[in-house]
Each structure stands twice: as structure tokens, then as C-alpha cells.
Design a protein. Structure first.
Lengths: 419, 419
């Protein structure tokens, strides 16, 4: 893509009202635009990152038998009343103008209610179980103080997976599969997570689990053991900071702020009971379906990656999520036609290149923008390098450039998706 | 995919309250679920169709320089007040519980307002123009009578493209490009459309254009000439039914009901004026940016395809949009292991197969379901065909089966995307 044609421009100044480094960098780089408190547009660069995250998430969800679908945002009152969630403060209500006092919809902040009601049509027998469906969909939640940028939006993108089982044992078998799939998602997004014991809700069988990423901007606090990976959310913690880990005995427990990037809930039969979701078992006995639900905040995941992968000059995207693999900079007008040609050759062999061919932009500005945008490989074609028939390549996370020939450049730029 | 593992089941009865054939077939087949009037879930089969439509739409929008992004559904009052659209009845309002009387958001039913306000950050000079951005996003519109199923939802998926230009001439140059791209989208979805002159709105430069598909379920009426393809919406019609076409003189004008699957609007400078979106031209003079907007209703497009491509037994998906290419039916339990093996071989060579291996389902039910679901190639492996080392293949839109060997079967099933 020609940078001069890109819809967005970078901002030199910090946007007002943002505290989180991720929000500042994503807005300065032109990845996101804050429309209202907690409400963001994903601009073309940000959308490219989101698409790569979604591809990873879909691959992992499909691999554990998840079937993708899409549920609505408008959830009618009767669905939420059946499960006792109509009056929860987390939801926005929607109404037609002039009908303020009789809003009949809540904007979906989770979809157990409506999904269980639909599943009644499709699940009748033990032979129909187990099943798992998911969606990548926009959620709405009334966050009183939406101050963490894309880490906690009032409107945000979420992947929510739901599973249906005949027995609790089967739910917990699948729960372990989802845990592995989630760990794979986060690993492929270059995030280290702690699988963290957390509190149970009124609608869960027992404790739930969160995937927590250590970060000072996080709103959670966890106690964790670096040796064995065991962790507890401070809400339910039995671990003590500085004490020996009760699980492995091999290291001292540490305490840290963290961001919750995913969570998994063993729901049990509460939603099935509320919506009449029963199945006939092998003996023909009617039993309520056992459910689980499993979330990943997609836009929060993007922001978390930025919190972890950045330096004082900008974002340092992991190759698996970068909006482009290479950022080609034109430093010298006399090299324009040669660099144009290089751009086309790289693009034609399938490398995602952002080509900074803007006119009237200094070399310093180009370098600063490249650091801000954080594309993995910065490629420079100058008079000096052209004379050698070589190009200068620098990885965003390294200090030193390398001089390489075009064939080597292509090899370097082949995207290495983390698996 | 194993049909026994599919989340959905087909329904024999017609769903209550649906008039449109598309709504009845999509719900009976398990493509969609009506959650509320005008509010639908896209179930896994329907989502697969939507994904194929979206791939086509993205290819065509990218080909005319569209940059994909994603704007929010929550649009703050100030954006809509600036353009004079806050009090329009088409919108749903969203509020936090207890703040009914001071709703600060409308649920986006179109995004000119918020987009023009954002573009102020990115468009300063004539050098920044032209630009085009688009999104595939959920829209919300207050339809008093949502009676046409997915043809007119209160919540629905839409592709909206917006373009920015220095001059009206450049807008109309791009307008013609978008027309071609839209015609390509509809052609690839096996829809014949009339490019139809329609009324101008208060926010448009002049007349707008609609892409209309002839269908009795349509809510529009158009006058059209089959010879030259010229058409007018009855709102603005100068053509008369039965009279000779005023454009080509070669045929008599016809009149018909139709479904609007796309529309394009030359907006002019109204939104730029309202939001302060100005650019400096070559002489440094400040001028308002000229905008266009261009919509395709994605979920409506799916329903329209079903209206056009169906028979008395069910849907007849075009190959370019079908959720699977082949529907493999197991008719005889004694053939299960051979048919299982065939399924795996077809799947492993990249053919999208739905495999009906359900237990306790009669051959009649399997055939009826195959007709209802409308997958292009029905493949049957019976004792009779097995003895010949052949398979029976029938195209959904043909009467006659063919007996073919496996290599020929594979060749037939290679998806032929219409281009």
C-alpha cells in the first residue's frame, strides 16, 4: 500500500484524555480513533491487525469444533427476563424515539440468554451433544469510567464461544480443550498469560478461570508463581506474596497488576433451566443441558499486545499481527523510480508492504513514523545502498541494520506466522 | 462437516409470522433464526453464506481502492446534531438504565456524520484526495413493520463505502467505478440488477441510483427496458408502462416490483460543510470536501438470492455462495465405512462437503433436506453404485443424476467461483 494513499496520518501530539500507552500509540499511529469515551473506530491499519487476530482466533476455535455464527445486538426483554438479567446495570437499553419508558431491547453484553433459547430448537437428545458455537461480535457494556482506551470499551469486539454438554464431566473435558486453544491463541499473539483461578459467579458451577497478562495498566491483581505458572486472582487468592508457592514449592509467590484477555466459565445448567433447554438421555429421561462460555476480548487483545510490545518510540508489532510485514521508506527523491519498482516486485511476490513514498516528508519524519507504526521490517533504499545493489533492512526490535540483496530481503520478509 | 454435528436441524413446518419465501426457507433450513421482529441470528450455515458474500464484496471494494475499517454502532448525539440527523425517526436510541430521558447515543443507521468528523484529522490538502473507505458493519433501523424477513431487518449487516473528492467531477468519475464494482458483486452473486434512477435526498447533489432485482416480494416498483437496461424508480419515473423506451426506442417499457440490493448517493459537500471538513486546493484556497456514499445490504443480498434461486422444494444456491459445494448422503448403513472414507478424501482435497451420516434418518428425509438446503452437488453412494465403483451426482438445479467415478466427482466439485 502506498502510504500517501492511506486514509490516516500519524499524529505527533498525544491525544487528550488517554492514560493507557496502548490508547496513545494506537491513536497516534492511526490504528484507532476515539469517537466517544469507550467508543472507538478501528481505522484501516487497526482493522488489518484485528483481521489477523480474528484469523488466529477462528483457526483455534474451528480446531476444537466451534461453529461460527452471528447473534444480534438487539436482545429482546423476554430473553433477559427469563434468565433474570434484564435489570442488570451492565447493559445499555435501546428504544425507538418517543418510547423511552418502554425500552424492549438491551444491547447484548453476553449471549447465553438468547443462545440457550435458540438451542431449544436444535438440541433434543443426548445424540445431539456435545456442541460448540461461537461468534466474533460487537458487545456493549456500560462502563462508568471508560479510561483505559481499547482495554475497556463501552463498545468492543469480542469472541464468545459457548458449549453444550450432557454431563458436567463432558463440560470439564471440553473446558480443558478450550484452555489449550486459548493458550495457543495468546502464544500466537506473542502474549504470555497466566491461567488464573477467579471467583465463581451466581451463574457458574464453581470457580472460573481468567487468562491474565502482567501489566501495570491492568485493572486486576494476581498472585502468581513463575516456576509452575499457577496463579490466583486476588479476589479468591489463598497464595501470599513472598511465601513459597503452595502448588510447586519451588519459588516465591509474586504479586502483580494484570490485564484479563480471556475468561472461561463453567456455567452448569442455570441457563438451560431458565430457558427450558432439556435433552433426553440414553434412557429417555429429560435432563437440563450443561453449558460453558468462553470469551476473548478481541479489541482488548490488540491493545494488550501494544502494552507489552512497545518502546519509547512506538509500537513493536509481533510478526503474526503486524498490519504489514515491511515498511519501505523512500529517502532520496533520486531513487523514486527504482524504489517504486522494488515496491511492486515485493508486493507481487505476496509480501505485505507499506511504501512510504510521500512527497515533502523528511527522512527524520519517515523514520519516526516507521518506529511509531511498528511494522516488523524497515527497508531503506538510498543512493548509497543502490550503488551496492543492496537494501538496508532493520527489524523494529533490533538496533542494527543489515545490508542485503533483494533475494535475501524477500526471504526475510516472508511472514513467519507463529504457530 | 458431519451433518450429525451441525448445530442446527431443518424444520419441516413453516415458521409462524413469515411471509417472504426467503425468510421461510432460510429459517426452515437452519440458516437463520428469528429472535424478534426484524432481528435475526445468522446460524452456522447462514454465516458460511455471508462469509462468501463478504469475500466477494471485499475483493470488489479493495479493487477500487476501498480501505476497510470499522466504525462503532454507538454514535454520540453531537455528531448527529451537527448534521441535523439526531431527531430522525429511523434511529434507535441507546441509554444507560435510569437515564431514559437523556439518551446520548443513536445506534448507527448510516455513518456519514461520524466519518466526516473523523476525516477532518486526515484530510488537509488536495494531495490527500481522492480517498475511499468502507466497512461491513451492523446497522440498526426502526422499521415500523418488519415483515419481510431478512429483506428488511431492524438489525442487519451492511457494507457501506464512502468516498472523498476535491471536485464533483472526480466524485462522478469514482461513482462510475463504484457502479461497475457493484455490478460485478451482483453478477458474482448470480443476481441480475437494474441500475435504476431514483430520487435525490436532501443531502444529495442530484438523483441517486439503486440496484434493483425484479421480484414480487420487493417493496419498490420500477419501470424498466429489457432491451437497453434503463430503469427508473416509480418515485421519479418518466417512463410509461407499455410505451416505447425513451432511451433506446427498441422495446416497450415494463413495470415490476423489485428489491433494492444496493444504492449509491452523490452526497456533495453537505456533510463536509456540517463537520468542517475542508481541504486546501492547489492555490491554497479552502474548499469543502465532496463526498459520495454507497451501500449494499449484505443480509438482504443473501435473502434476495434465495428469493430468486429457489424452487418448490427449497433453496438453489449459486455455486459462488453455497455454504458447501457437495452434500454427500449416506443411504445405506452397509456403506458407512466406504462413504466415511470418501468424505475424508473429498474434504482432504479441499472440497467443502456436508456429509449427511445421521443415524435413523430415512432416505426420503435426506433427499428432502438436501433439496431444502440447496447445496449445488448432491452425491449419493449406495450399494448399487458401489458395485460399479461409481457415485451418483445430481446438480440441485438439474433433474437428472449422473454416475461418475471419483476422479470425475472431484473435478465437478471444484468450486467454480463466478468472476
Amino acid at each position: 500500500m502506498y502510504q500517501s494513499r492511506l486514509f490516516t496520518k500519524t499524529m505527533r501530539e498525544e491525544p487528550s484524555g488517554e492514560i493507557a500507552a496502548s490508547a496513545i500509540l494506537l491513536e497516534r499511529g492511526g490504528f484507532a480513533f476515539k469517537n466517544s469515551a469507550g467508543v472507538y473506530t478501528l481505522l484501516p491499519l487497526g482493522w488489518r491487525v484485528i483481521e489477523r487476530i480474528n484469523t488466529i482466533v477462528r483457526e483455534e476455535m474451528n480446531a476444537i469444533g466451534g461453529q461460527e455464527m452471528l447473534m444480534p445486538a438487539l436482545i429482546e426483554r423476554r430473553y433477559m427476563e427469563a434468565t433474570g438479567r434484564w435489570n442488570m446495570d451492565v447493559g445499555f437499553r435501546a428504544h425507538v424515539r418517543g418510547e423511552e419508558d418502554e425500552a424492549q431491547f438491551v444491547l447484548g453484553w453476553s449471549h447465553e440468554d438468547i443462545l440457550a433459547a435458540m438451542a431449544v430448537r436444535f438440541i433434543n437428545s443426548y445424540r445431539d451433544l456435545p456442541l460448540a458455537v461461537y461468534q466474533i461480535q460487537t458487545k456493549f457494556r456500560n462502563e462508568a469510567r471508560a479510561k483505559s482506551g481499547l482495554l475497556r470499551g463501552r463498545e468492543f469486539m469480542m469472541k464468545d464461544l459457548y458449549s453444550f454438554h450432557a454431563t458436567q464431566e463432558d463440560l470439564f473435558r471440553y473446558y480443558a480443550e478450550v484452555r489449550k486453544a486459548y493458550e495457543s491463541v495468546f502464544h500466537r499473539c506473542s502474549l504470555e498469560t497466566y491461567y488464573t483461578l477467579a471467583g465463581g459467579g451466581v451463574f457458574t458451577l464453581q470457580n472460573t478461570h481468567e487468562f491474565q497478562v502482567l501489566s501495570d495498566i491492568g485493572e486486576d491483581t494476581i498472585f502468581f508463581c513463575k516456576a509452575c505458572g499457577y496463579a490466583e486472582n486476588d479476589e479468591v487468592a489463598t497464595l501470599k506474596e513472598g511465601a513459597v508457592c503452595t502448588q510447586c514449592g519451588a519459588a516465591a509467590v509474586q504479586k502483580g497488576k494484570s490485564i484479563e484477555v480471556g475468561n472461561i466459565f463453567p456455567l452448569g445448567t442455570k441457563y438451560a433451566q431458565a430457558t427450558g433447554l432439556f435433552f433426553a438421555d440414553e434412557r429417555g429421561e429429560k435432563k437440563p443441558v450443561v453449558m460453558g462460555s468462553y470469551g476473548i476480548g478481541i479489541s482488548r487483545l490488540m491493545a494488550t499486545v501494544v502494552e507489552i510490545h512497545r518502546d519509547e518510540r512506538g509500537i513493536v508489532w509481533p510478526e503474526s499481527l503486524a498490519p504489514f510485514t515491511a515498511h519501505l521508506l523512500l529517502l532520496d527523491e533520486s531513487q523514486r523510480s527504482e524504489t517504486d519498482a522494488l515496491y511492486r516486485r515485493l508486493r507481487d511476490c505476496g509480501i505485505a508492504v507499506l511504501y512510504d513514498e510521500r512527497q515533502g516528508v523528511s527522512a527524520g519524519e519517515r523514520f519516526a513514523d516507521a518506529d511509531l507504526l511498528g511494522i516488523p521490517y524497515r527497508v531503506v533504499a538510498s543512493k548509497k545502498t543502490a550503488a551496492l545493489h543492496k537494501y538496508e533492512v532493520k527489524r523494529r526490535d533490533e538496533q542494527q541494520e543489515r545490508l542485503v540483496e533483494e533475494s535475501a530481503l524477500r526471504e526475510i520478509c516472508r511472514t513467519k506466522q507463529q504457530k
